[in-house]
Design a protein around this ligand. Structure first.
Ligand SMILES: Nc1ncnc2c1ncn2[C@@H]1O[C@H](COP(=O)(O)OP(=O)(O)OP(=O)(O)O)[C@@H](O)[C@H]1O
Ligand SMILES: Cc1ncc(C[n+]2csc(CCOP(=O)(O)O)c2C)c(N)n1
Ligand SMILES: [Mg+2]
Ligand SMILES: [Mg+2]
Ligand SMILES: [Mg+2]
Length: 327
């Protein structure tokens, strides 16, 4: 295993090479670009081995997930990604091949999303591997999507499909042995590699389409609860309208007992947003343009809390609305 500074020079400095202001990671800190007319948006998320990813997941994919969950938060604010900081707490003793794979994954996603590494920190501990990414992006000055500005009567929309990642983890945990291999592979991939909806978030902000927005990381019902609470409203979800991939729909046929994975499984990294009813045609056009399903799943109402309704109008009790680290 290389020492701390060789590790930085070998694997991380190349990821900072193209960003002006990083000085090739030789200085104590980096200069952020100054963008007249823009606000800088900043967000951080930590991923712990065994909590957010499986200890033997490929390091390239752990790297991409670490970056992408942060890009999803930038998307939720309507920001264009610019760069990120990387803090690593590596297990003592080290595994250089893991770091090599991790940095290779970051290099691929830097090209994919147009971001650069700006710096970070590396420590070694007796604890499990912990990765913290702090990402920053830009919005038109003073603007951002907000969880707290939904209006009563607004529709609730979600991008993509729900529950795939949670079902992918169930596949890894051998809870779905009866599933065909094509569906199992699709779901595992959705667990390993989130698709942050970066273009959608920016369009929602710039076109003033969403009255409120966030990304779904903990679970649909819990996260919609955050929009409802922040906006001083209640929310009603139509379970039959929730967008499912073909693979997830297949699982629901086989195992309806796993419907909690759709409602509160989390790890979706889709955008959840509100829309004034008169703007549905614009959203339909945007979905076509972005080649991304945007589905109406319910509406915001006066009151509080989230209710999930079955097709017959019955209220579905939700035992686990989402992930909560401290519950
Ligand atoms: N330890 C902390 N110190 C300061 N602010 C925090 C801390 N933990 C969370 N926050 C802030 O609280 C808000 C909610 O955090 P939360 O982590 O739930 O959001 P998220 O990143 O969108 O969700 P997730 O972690 O599931 O991806 C964010 O504005 C975040 O910056
Ligand atoms: C091995 C393993 N077990 C469980 C899960 C599920 N999970 C963990 S944290 C989280 C919420 C988002 O995290 P945070 O709120 O910290 O950003 C979810 C849905 C997983 N991804 N991997
Ligand atoms: Mg967070
Ligand atoms: Mg997050
Ligand atoms: Mg978020």
């Amino acid at each position: 295993m290389s020492g701390e500074f060789d590790l930085i020079a070998r694997y991380f400095a190349p990821l900072a090479a193209e960003a002006p202001g990083t000085f090739g990671l030789r200085n104590d800190a980096a200069l952020l670009p100054s963008l007249p007319g823009s606000s800088i948006v900043v967000t951080a998320d930590s991923l712990a081995s065994g909590v957010h990813f499986r200890p033997n997941d490929p390091p390239e994919l752990v790297a991409k997930k670490s970056l992408r969950v942060n890009l999803s938060d930038l998307a939720a604010m309507g920001a264009k990604p610019l760069g990120y900081l990387l803090n690593l707490a590596l297990p003592k003793g080290g595994n250089e091949a893991w770091v090599r794979g991790f940095s290779a994954g970051l290099a691929e996603d830097q090209a994919e999303f147009g971001v650069s590494l700006y710096g970070g920190d590396t420590v070694a501990t007796d604890g499990p591997l912990l990765i913290t990414v702090t990402a920053f992006g830009a919005t038109p000055e003073g603007t951002a999507l907000d969880r707290g500005t939904a209006q009563a009567g607004d529709l609730i929309y979600v991008s993509g499909s729900l529950g795939d990642a949670a079902l992918g983890l169930a596949v890894f945990n051998a809870l779905l042995p009866e599933l065909d291999e094509v569906a199992a592979e699709y779901l595992r991939d959705r667990y390993l590699l989130p698709r942050p909806r970066v273009a959608l978030g920016q369009r929602l902000l710039r076109e003033g389409l969403a009255s409120a927005a966030m990304d779904v990381s903990d679970g649909l019902v819990a996260d919609l609860g955050h929009i409802a609470k922040a906006s001083g409203l209640g929310a009603e979800l139509r379970a039959a309208n929730l967008p499912l991939s073909a693979a997830a729909a297949g699982v629901m046929e086989l195992r309806p007992d796993l419907s909690a994975s759709i409602l509160g499984g989390g790890d979706d990294y889709e955008l959840l947003f509100n829309l004034a009813p008169e703007r549905t045609e614009e959203i339909a056009r945007l979905a076509l343009e972005l080649d991304l399903p945007l589905t109406c799943i319910g509406k915001m109402l006066p009151g509080e809390g989230v209710r999930v309704l079955a097709p017959d109008g019955e209220v579905i009790e939700v035992d686990k609305p989402g992930w909560n680290h401290l519950a």
